[in-house]
Design a protein around this ligand. Structure first.
Ligand code: 6V0
Length: 302
């Protein structure tokens, strides 16, 4: 058990519960606080998770929004989810109201807290969470393209027959339709992906489609996605709690683009410690710029 380890999860639906479940088995939190507008959902999830907590020895309990505002890390998973065929950006109006309510109800939020935004559309909501909370940009992080990046690495792992963890590759930009893959900067064992014979046979458009379309495929088949994002969000919390300084692709305000989008960033106790500028080809840079422009157009409305 370490300091910086009281974690609040606001929104106890499928994503919030999957995150709590993944997190408790890491045994790094002094306490996990579960918050939701529905008292019945809080009660049900805490009762169910407490059975698992007895095996993992992590304390988990229901809490008020005010208590969540005093946690070290506040993960926001509250809000509506995408419907089959609905783009993430369509969720804004519904989830803007939820987020305003969530941030308002947690006041006063601890000035050194780190907010991890998960609800969609995650980039725009991270921007809004920063504005509403008044916390510095470095303390307001969105899960962004972390999940997309893990999907990419798993797919590339199959193509190159190597463990996905040995692939250094990133999906950047929006967690949504305009995201892009930084192919030129991708490496395996320090060797550029572009130098491998397998690379020449990759249909890059098809890979992009598989990665960005996976969520919709899962939603079409079972109505929602939650285990993948639960595991990724738990990993981000792990990085913060243990001040691991791991570089993850996450959504953060990036000065170069003047907008909140995903870039690789070093993460620790105080949130974002450094954002890295990925070397991109001219075409990739244009695609990332286009993603930034698309996000900026929406950001400006909030
Ligand atoms: P869900 O299962 O419907 O749960 C949402 C929960 O939020 C419900 O329990 C609601 O009661 C609760 N809630 C609503 N308003 C408030 C409020 N004001 N305060 C507290 N709680 C509230 O949805 P699910 O858990 O499946 O998804 C949650 C969010 O995560 C959605 O916006 C999804 O689109 C988003 N996802 C984000 C992903 C990512 O990669 N960033 C991936 C998957 C889902």
């Amino acid at each position: 058990m370490v300091s910086h380890s009281r974690v609040a999860i606001v929104g106890a639906g499928a994503v919030g519960a999957s995150l709590a479940y993944a997190l408790m088995f890491k045994n790094i939190c002094s306490e996990i606080l579960i918050v939701d507008v529905s008292p019945d959902i809080v009660k049900a999830q805490v009762l169910d998770l407490a059975d698992a907590a007895s095996v993992s020895h992590t304390r988990i309990r229901g809490a008020t929004p005010e208590e969540a505002g005093q946690a070290d890390i506040i993960v926001i998973t509250a809000g509506a989810k995408q419907r089959d065929g609905e783009p993430r950006t369509k969720l804004i109006e519904r989830n803007y109201r939820v987020l305003k309510n969530v941030i308002g109800s947690m006041q006063p939020i601890r000035q050194d807290a780190v907010i991890l935004m998960v609800s969609n559309p995650v980039d725009i909501l991270t921007h809004i969470a920063r504005k509403l909370s008044g916390l510095p940009a470095s303390q307001v992080i969105g899960s962004g393209t972390y999940l997309d990046t893990t999907r990419l690495c798993v797919h590339l792992g199959e193509i190159f027959d190597v463990n996905p963890q040995s692939i250094n590759a990133f999906v950047l930009g929006e967690h949504g339709d305009s995201q892009m893959i930084a192919w030129d900067a991708a490496t395996i064992g320090g060797q550029p992906l572009t130098s491998f014979p397998e690379y020449q046979n990759i249909d890059k458009k098809a890979v992009s489609k598989i990665v960005s379309g996976k969520a919709m495929e899962i939603i079409r088949l079972k109505g929602a996605t939650f285990y993948g994002i639960g595991a990724c969000a738990a990993d981000l919390v792990h990085t913060i709690v243990l001040n691991k300084k791991v570089v993850h692709p996450v959504s953060v305000y990036v000065e170069k683009y003047g907008v909140t989008l995903s870039m690789p960033a070093k993460i620790g106790w105080e949130g974002i410690q450094q954002v890295y500028d990925v070397p991109l080809s001219k075409e990739e840079e244009e695609r990332l710029q286009a993603s930034a422009d698309a996000l900026r157009e929406i950001e400006q409305l909030y």
